[in-house]
Write a protein that binds this ligand. Structure first.
Ligand code: SF4
Ligand code: SF4
Length: 746
């Protein structure tokens, strides 16, 4: 497309009171020879938009630079189909944060104009990546309540579903329950188990194909075209799918590890899973002698919230014990239940259920730490408690003890399995003549378990050490999303949750799975860049097969051919641009975002001999909105900074730093999200990777004879926006104390 540029300057929202817009226009007309440059009192008003539209239809303008508000404002207004649109943020970054009418303010606005025009010059219309054929079927792994609800969600919306269940029947743990918790207001009375009805619906749904006693053997491919092998009844069946919902469910924590609570020592110490079986079979009887248990004690957090077992709250067990206490009372109104808790946790509306249980005089709820469970002389059990609300130690006698055991995701690889796998792995390596490293840690996601992905990056979902085997799904923004595009985690593989929570989660995941196949078909990315039709394009002629892009892609979108040349599995790509940042050869670029674009933007800035010029590379997910938030508050921002948005700080290519500093820029601050176990990066490790790359900065800057302190990375979350002015001023002072950048003179 031959570009015809048009620059439009808004004079509203205090812009004309702060900068000389006529002088600003000269940057476009004189410096950049832009043929069409107009201003308007309120560009986003109907007449302002008509001005632009008129030039598009009348003058053939197809590349529009809007010098006005932040690109995060008035987004819809400034969409002009078929045109490239760039936004120069002179409202938030200039008019609302700078002293009106000063030289510095004018210089800043003019630089934003230069940056906007240069960006537009280096931007090209997207050509979406389209698969020859997009399969829109949804594969659901797990036939428990989560898997079945997900399957129904997608199937009722008209999508074909393949449901794979490991056991011989659908229903999972939920089907084994005697009764279920109330699922609607007033959240008081127990309900009959409705899972049987759900099983019937799933089994008879024309859009759902159910495999029971079946396991995934392999999943190869990518969103829109997964090839799935399902092992069933000793044979292997092949299927195709467009997206995957992982609803493999949970397993109870191994109560054999809870002998300090009497499990395994006394048959009358049972788990909450056993209690469901007992209640389903009739009277509440105890295993040792089959006598009715008239005093039943429930010990909460049995293994949960305990550093030696499960460090987290399993979330469902308080409610389960309250429910089971109600069983005790329903079966025999003269029986007593004791619920012994560290803290009672009944999230959401279930507080109402808790209250209804509290009103039952036959259920005693008491806070305390269980110090031991011992047998009485007559075969009953004593439970000793300390730290009670009464302030004294107490002892309770019961006929039976129920341990509220916690929840572990079925995606968790057991430490023993991991160990065994490593031995086999080393043996194999030895056989093949490799050199096994006995100390080499084998990451759990590299051990085949549930998904068995045929991905270079490993067969399972990578997680966090502190996620305890639950799928790492960015907790701030993206429930269900995993680090493998097109694969959505739902229910208790994502976090511990009760049945109602799992059902809600399941529907969310099925909507995501549908969005994924629809977006894939049209060549769009999925969340968080859901509007994006660009994708990374690689100039393979210059690729040295260094594998950095393959290793750093957070979503496993890059594989290698036999010669080690990388190739993108494009529908797995989330368009984060991490690969663009990783490539030392600078051969990965997007149509509207490239190494050359950012370098050219830096080079386009005016660098006077006197005074500081600083660049702020701002992640568009947190840092850029934080800067806009400062503007909303009309806070003053140091005028030496020019902020340039990037998709993620993982885009940082060291070439940009070299280009900026060799242009005479005095320093560069990199504003990215927090990293580590509680990371906030939308693309998992973007700012962390940028920080690692900065480790090599010494070499880059050494060649230029410049101090590495001229570049600083700051981890920032959006709510810390008010700290930014001080952070920026401190950095400006630090750089100001150094000698001026000698490249200013060139
Ligand atoms: S690093 Fe990001 S942009 Fe590059 S292939 Fe992976 S997901 Fe796509
Ligand atoms: S990082 Fe660049 S040079 Fe290295 S393998 Fe990827 S594309 Fe090739």
């Amino acid at each position: 497309m031959e570009k015809k540029y048009g620059v439009y300057i808004c004079k509203g929202c205090s812009i004309a009171d702060t900068v000389d817009t006529e002088k600003l226009a000269e940057v476009a007309t004189k410096e950049h020879q832009i043929p069409v440059c107009k201003s308007h009192d309120a560009l986003c008003s109907p007449s302002g938009l008509d001005l632009i539209k008129g030039d598009i239809s009348g003058e053939g303008v197809n590349t529009v630079i809007v010098a006005a508000c932040s690109p995060r404002a008035k987004h819809r207004e400034f969409i002009f189909p078929g045109c490239i649109v760039e936004r120069a943020n002179i409202r938030e970054f200039v008019a609302w944060t700078q002293e009106p009418g000063t030289e510095d303010t004018q210089a800043l606005a003019e630089d934003y104009m230069r940056l906007g025009i240069t960006k537009a010059k280096n931007s090209f219309p997207p050509e979406p990546f389209l698969l020859e054929e997009t399969n829109k079927d949804v594969l659901v792994i797990g036939g428990g309540i989560t898997g079945m609800t997900s399957a129904l969600g997608a199937a009722d919306a008209g999508y074909k579903v393949i449901l794979v269940e490991k056991s011989g029947e659908l229903g999972g743990w939920a089907a084994k329950m005697h009764k279920q918790l109330p699922q609607s207001y007033p959240f008081e009375a127990l309900e009959e188990n409705t899972v049987k009805r759900t099983i019937d619906k799933v089994s008879s749904h024309s859009n759902i194909k159910v495999y029971t006693s079946a396991e995934i053997e392999k999943i190869a491919g990518f969103p829109g075209q997964y090839d799935v092998s399902i092992k069933t009844n000793g044979t292997s069946e092949q299927a195709k799918a467009g997206s995957v919902i992982l609803a493999a469910g949970w397993r109870p924590y191994d109560a054999n590890k809870l002998d300090h609570l009497g499990y395994g020592k006394n048959p009358n110490v049972i788990t909450n899973v056993q209690m469901e079986e007992i209640a389903s079979s009739g009277r509440i009887t105890r295993p040792s002698d089959g006598k009715e248990a008239k005093r039943v004690a429930f010990i909460q957090c049995a293994g949960s919230r305990d550093a030696a077992h499960l460090p987290y709250c399993s979330s469902y067990c308080c409610l389960t014990s309250l429910k089971q206490a109600a069983y005790v009372r329903e079966k025999n109104p003269n029986a007593m239940a004791y619920v012994l808790y560290k803290d009672m946790r009944t999230p959401g509306q279930y507080e109402l259920f808790y209250k209804s249980i509290q009103n039952d005089p036959g259920i005693m709820l008491t806070k305390g730490e269980v110090t031991g469970v011992s047998e009485t002389q007559n075969g009953n059990l004593f439970i000793d408690l300390k730290d009670t609300l009464l302030g004294e130690n107490i002892r309770i006698e019961a006929d039976m003890v129920v341990l509220a055991t916690g929840m572990e995701p079925n995606t968790k690889i057991d430490a023993d399995v991991l160990k065994e796998w490593k031995v086999k792995f080393d043996e194999k390596l030895k056989e093949s003549g490799g050199k096994p490293d006995p100390n080499a840690p084998l990451e759990p996601h590299k051990v085949p378990n549930v998904l068995k992905l045929e991905y270079r990056q490993g067969p399972e979902l990578p997680g966090l050490e502190e996620a305890y085997g639950f799928a790492d799904s960015n907790y701030i923004c993206f429930q269900y999303e995993t680090r493998r595009t097109g694969i959505f985690a739902a229910g208790s593989v994502r976090q511990p949750m009760h049945m109602l929570g799992s059902m809600e989660d399941a529907l969310g995941a099925s909507m995501k799975a549908i969005q994924c196949v629809e977006a894939t078909e049209k060549g769009y990315s999925i969340h968080p860049r859901a509007w994006d039709q660009t994708y990374p394009e690689v100039n393979l002629q210059k690729c040295t097969s260094c594998k950095r892009c393959t290793e750093e892609c957070p979503f496993g979108a890059i594989e290698e051919d036999a010669k080690g040349t990388p190739f993108h599995k494009m529908t797995r790509c989330r368009r984060c641009g991490t690969c663009l940042g990783s490539c030392p050869e600078r051969v990965i670029n997007f149509k509207d975002f490239s190494i050359n674009m950012i370098s050219s933007m830096f080079k386009s800035m005016d660098v006077p001999e006197e005074g500081l010029r600083l660049i702020g590379l701002a992640c568009e997910n947190d840092a850029y909105p934080a800067l806009d938030a400062l503007a909303m508050n009309r806070d003053r921002v140091n005028p030496a900074f020019r902020f340039v948005p990037v998709r993620c700080l993982g885009n940082l290519n060291l070439a940009w730093i070299a280009d900026a500093l060799s242009r005479g820029i005095d320093g560069m601050i990199l504003l990215g999200c927090k990293f580590g176990e509680n990371y906030q990066c939308h693309f998992v490790r973007g700012s962390e990777l940028a920080s690692e790359r900065l480790g090599k900065l010494q070499e880059t800057l050494g060649r230029l004879m410049l101090e590495p302190e001229r570049v600083k990375l700051v981890q920032l979350s959006i709510q810390d926006y008010d700290k930014l002015p001080e952070i920026l001023n401190d950095f400006s002072e630090e750089v100001g104390e150094m000698e001026p950048n000698p490249f200013k003179e060139f």
